[in-house]
Structure formats: C-alpha cells, structure tokens
Design a protein around this ligand. Sequence first.
Ligand SMILES: [Zn+2]
Length: 376
Amino acid sequence: MNRMIFGALATALLLAGCGQPPPPPAPQKFAVQPGELLHFVPVAEKLVALSFDDGPSDPCTRQLLEVLAREQVHATFFIIGANAEKHPGLLKELVAAGHAVGSHSYSHPRFDQSTPAQIREQIVRNDAVLEKLTGKTPVLMRPPFGLYGPQYFEICRETGHIIAGWSASASDWNPHTPEEISGALLDQLAPGAIFLLHDGKETNDGPHRVASVQAVAQLIPQVKARGYRFVTIPELQAAAVAPPAVFAGGAQLLGVQWPERTAASKGVAIRMHWQLPAAFVRSSAHVWVTLAGAGGPFKFDCGLPHGGDVWKETETLKVPPPAFQPGSYAMSIALSRGNRNWRHLPCSGAWTRESKAAAVPQPFVVAPNRTVEASP
Ligand SMILES: [Zn+2]
C-alpha cells in the first residue's frame, strides 16, 4: 500500500515536472560585485571608456590631461601609489578635472609572482595612498600587467574591489606609431568597450608614452565622429542594461562585435565578450554562431574564452573569406555543453554592417530558453 501511494505521488510529481517550462526570468541589468571582473559593459547607447595605466608620470600625464581637457573627455586613471607620492599635484589635478581613479597597486609588481599576503599589501597600501591624496578609496582595481595572482579574486572580494579589465588594447607598451595605436583601437570600437592605454611606464618617469598621448589626440575626434560619447568606467557601469543573452549555467554574452574587414583575403572576425561565473566549466562548452543574410547562411564554431587574466574574456572567431558581403545579417549564438546535449540558445539578433566603420550590433532579443537537439 505504502508503495502504491509512493508510486502515485512520484507519478504526480513527474507529471507536474513535464508541464510547460516556466518562463525565463526577466533579464537583470548587468552589474558586477567586488571580486568579479569588469571588462565590457552592455549599454544601449554609443558609450566608450578610455582608461590609462601606470600614471601619474612626468611629462605624459600632464600632456594627456591637456588633450582630454581640450576635447572635454573624461577618462579613468589606474594609479600606481608610488607614482602618486612622487606627483601628488598631478593626481589632484586629474581628480579636480573630473576624471575617475582606480588602483593599479602600490609599486606595480607581477601578482602572478607574488604571494597572497604581498598582493593584499599592494592593494591595501595603495588604497591608503589614494584615500589620503584624493579623499576617496578606489573601488576599481586593475592588476599590474593585467595578471591575476594567487587568491586574487578572494582578496578583491574581501577588500571590496571590482577587478578592472579591458576589452580593447593596442599594445601601446610596445613601440608603435600614434597612427597604429589609434587605428587598432578604432577597429575595436563598440558600445560598452573599455580601451586600455598608458600614461606612464611602471614606476618610471620619462617620455615613454608620447605616442600614446598623440594617439589619443587622433582617436578622440574619430570616435566622436562615429556618434560615440566618452565616459568614465563608473559612468559606463551606471549606464549598463541587461546583457544581450544569458545562458544556462549563468554565462552572459555581453556584446558582439563584427569589426571592419581590412582586407578581403583576411576575412572578418566576430568578437564576443563573455562574463562567466567562476564555477562555469569552460572546457566543456562550445559556441556555435549562425549568420543568415547576404550570401548566407553560414555556421561557425569556437570555444569559450580561456580566462586566466583580465584580457582573456573575449573570444575572436575568425571567419574565412570570401563569404561575406556588406548587408544585414541575422545571427544566432548557441552555447552547448558536452558533446550531444545542446542547451539553449536564448539569443538572436541582427545588424547592418556599416561601410566604413565597425558594425554596431542592434540590441539582441533574448528568446525563451529552448533545447536544440540537432547537431550543427
Ligand atoms: Zn601597469
């Protein structure tokens, strides 16, 4: 008898579980907490953030401040405490001009070669320097060289810091002309992008970043001409909207870029910016991209970004020539886990590729979750 009752109950529960799946929850505005990485922000407007590491330094920080003032642009400066102690006037000047300040450690060591105690000391000491000189404790913390160290996420969670990454860089720490730096960044322009540049070189003064300053002077008018507005990283966070797609397991797709094709022989690249929970097993997941439109449809696949350091959350899918023509495409992105069992693709959208600029994706539509059984 007991067994019969149990069986009936189990059947009822099973039937209840077979009904219509509950509707997916309304997408939440994108936000990160202390101990999490911020490298790209989904926004509904054409906003972009400039960020500068390793200052303040002489003479490049002053030269940069002049350019930014002339263009009426606010940026975010990731400050090295030892440099701030050398140039407190420059730090106060940039704060007074309305720029945002983040921490870039006290003396710029490699965190991947530091102990947790040393990392914590670098963060706490720099907080004290910046608090003394600016009156505020920074919330954003960008690790030197963009490298994580042991227990870095835990330490930042405890000290209340958001880990500040970037979505676009021009390797301006290597020798490049201003044109190369501004051109590389322009290719990576997208709403919500965070650009990495330098106004200093670790704890050294000197004219190391003159090319970066000149690149910024060239870049700003070109970005403005494309309808963009420059904001600080905290302003970018405040303008966040829901991510275009949230997948099973908590993976968020923050943005998709389709940069300008520079040469027909090189094809095009689709850049995807991801935000993955710490517990997400990246190696078991796979991304499938389908494009339908002029000359299509096309289907491509790639893995998720490997993570590991602040700049490694963007996956670039290289699409071979000669397939694409300018025009409108519908796109869908699927995230599968394991070999056979596809889990959902709650994301689809379309955009028009602009003739002379990086494509600006229209907001993606988050469709109801569904399981896709077919293989690609
Ligand atoms: Zn640095």
